[in-house]
Every structure is written in C-alpha cells, then in structure tokens.
Ligand binder design. Sequence first.
Ligand SMILES: Cc1[nH+]cc(COP(=O)(O)O)c(CN[C@@H](CCC(=O)O)C(=O)O)c1O
Length: 375
Amino acid sequence: MYNKHQVVMVRAKGATVWDETGREYIDCVAGYGVANIGHGHPDVVKAIKDQADRLIVMPQTLPNDKRAEFLTELVGVLPQGLDRVFLCNSGTEAMEAAKKFAITGTGRKRFVSMKRGFSGRSLGALAFTWEPKYREPFGDAVDNRNVDFITYGDIEQLRAAVTDETAAVILEPVQGEGGVRPASIEFMQEARRITKEKGALLILDEIQTGFCRTGKMFACEHSGVVPDAMTLAKAMAGGLPVGALAMTTEVADRMPAGGHGTTFGGNPMTMAAGVAALRAMKRENMAEQAREKGAYFMEKLRAIGSPKIREVRGLGLMIGVELKEKSAPYIAALEHEEGVLTLQATPLVVRFLPPVTISKEQIDQVVAAFARVLE
Ligand SMILES: Cc1[nH+]cc(COP(=O)(O)O)c(CN[C@@H](CCC(=O)O)C(=O)O)c1O
C-alpha cells in the first residue's frame, strides 16, 4: 500500500533523523505534521517513561489523573466555549466522531464539505474527502449522497449549499493534503456567520493545522472564528497516536449516553505525553516560533527565483511550493541527493512540515538544497 522509500530510519532528535547507515536528514515531513515540538522532546520522553512505570492502560469508564490533567491543559488552550472533548486515537476517528456528534447535535443528516478537502480514510470520513482516487476503489460503500462539495473559499457556493437540512460544514482552515491552501479570513468568518444563521454546526478540521503549526495554537485564531466543534490529532500528544473532537456543551450533551466510544481513547500513557507536549508548546512559545520561522522560510523559498516555481504559499510552518511540473522527482532528489525529507500535497506541490523547533541554519540548508535540485 505504501510507497516505501529505500531507507530504514532508526533515530531522530529535534528536526534531524538518522537512517540505519548513520546518514543524517533534515526532516520536513515530521511524521506528516506530527512532530511539531521536535523528535524526542526531553519532556515528552520523561513523561512517557514515568507514566509507563505508573499506569499505561485505563479505559474512560474509569477516571484517571493523567487524563484529567490533559483535558484541563487542552481545554485551557482551546477557543473559548469548546470545553467538552471526546478522546480517540487518530484524525480519522476524530472525523468519525464529528459526523456522529453533528447528527445527534442537530437532528440533521446533510453535510457540506470542500473540494480538495481531506478528512481521513475510513468509510465514514471518506464521505467528506474529495479526491476520487481515495474513494473510487470502494464504490458506494463510501456513502456521500448527503454531502455537498463546494469550491474551497467560494462564499456564494457556501451560502447556497448550507440549508436548514445541513448538520454541519466541514472545513480545514488550511487545506493540507489538498495542496497547502490557506482559507481567506473572509471565507472563515462567512462560514461562521452562515452556519449560525442556518442552525448548522461549523466543524473545523485542525488535525494538521493545530498545535502551533500555522503560527497560532490553532489556525482558527487567525480569523477569530470559534467553531462549534474541532477535530484534533497529529501533534497533540508529542508523537503518540491520538485524536479528539473538541466541542461545545450544547453539542456534547445531545449525544445519548453510550452513543459513541473507544477502547484506547484517553490512554494514560498518551495523556501523559500530551500534557508534556502542550506545556512545552506554551513554555517554548512555539506558535510564535512557527510564525516567525515560517515567514523566514517562505521568504527564502521565494528568493530562490526558480522558473520552475509557480507559487510559494502557506501559513506559519505549513508551507507548500507549487511547481510547474510534477513534484515527485524533486522530493526524491531532496531525499537521496540532499538528505532533506519533504512530502507531496497533490502532484505539483512540495509540502514542508518541519518541527517548529527547526533551526534557521537548518532552514537555510533546506532552501539551498531545494535550489540545487531545481537547477
Ligand atoms: C486535515 C486532515 N484531516 C484528517 C486526517 C486524517 O488523520 P489520520 O487518520 O490521523 O491520518 C489528516 C491526515 N493527513 C495526512 C494524510 C495521511 C494519509 O495519506 O492517509 C497528510 O496530510 O498527509 C488530515 O491532514
């Protein structure tokens, strides 16, 4: 299933990864935007070791101190009003939860999602995912008959699509896999206004944009929009598998008792890592680091001035370089010839998702390497 690279990665620290031969790479993949605080952050490592000695497994029917600590930390950084959380183990699971809580939360069954949007690969989340190649192999097992797809950023289409049958609008503040496309502040604010007007929920998918990636703790802060629910995952627990649906009490209370659940969600080991990760993000001011380094990184990428580059875009350290030709060969050359790891976001875009802790020197090395492979 996976496009397996011909390397074996064995160790990592900060923004550096080593393969089994000892070769060093600068990591601008970071686990698909998971290692925001850097590989092997000492606080996370210590938290995992300590918790492993105390308690690894405890289901959510049995309250746990670390889980409570994590939920307090998380609600403390979430936008005001999102003070109820369903804990799970991946972004896809968070999207599945979002779908169920939206249906019980509104009594409605229709959704509005975005062209080029990516919500995950389960059959439920795939209904919100635009790219046909992800859906077609499964035919009508992916049931998106109640999903209206609109052009990302098109306010008129959004206004026409949201009706009093719409349970929720699903929206990434920056489309990640769909090509690193930031939404305009106006589109975000209109999405909030229109959904409120029609009694639909606004569900922001911050699975990739969350946790300092875009220069704020959450990308919705750039527009001041507060959603009714927010899906979270990737960087939330310092690298351990995690997902969550954060929502208002109004949405949470309409789910019948026992209406959803998970075995591993809220796992104490993951929660301990998450407490350490969230505290490190705040203490090391990682949102500001992402803002400042992201601006620097994009300025340097634009300064390459290659005729092969169509556009450098992004927000904070969520960066995409759209080329005028397929990006795959350049991603391969960066890895094999230059020791820089990057990833795609649609066939023409090279995506850079480095740890927020990447150094300016490493950014300079990445830009110089990219300039060389573009020659
Ligand atoms: C916005 C968004 N929503 C949902 C998901 C699903 O999360 P999870 O179930 O934890 O993978 C992802 C994964 N984004 C990566 C796609 C991974 C894949 O190809 O599958 C990515 O952006 O590459 C997202 O970026």
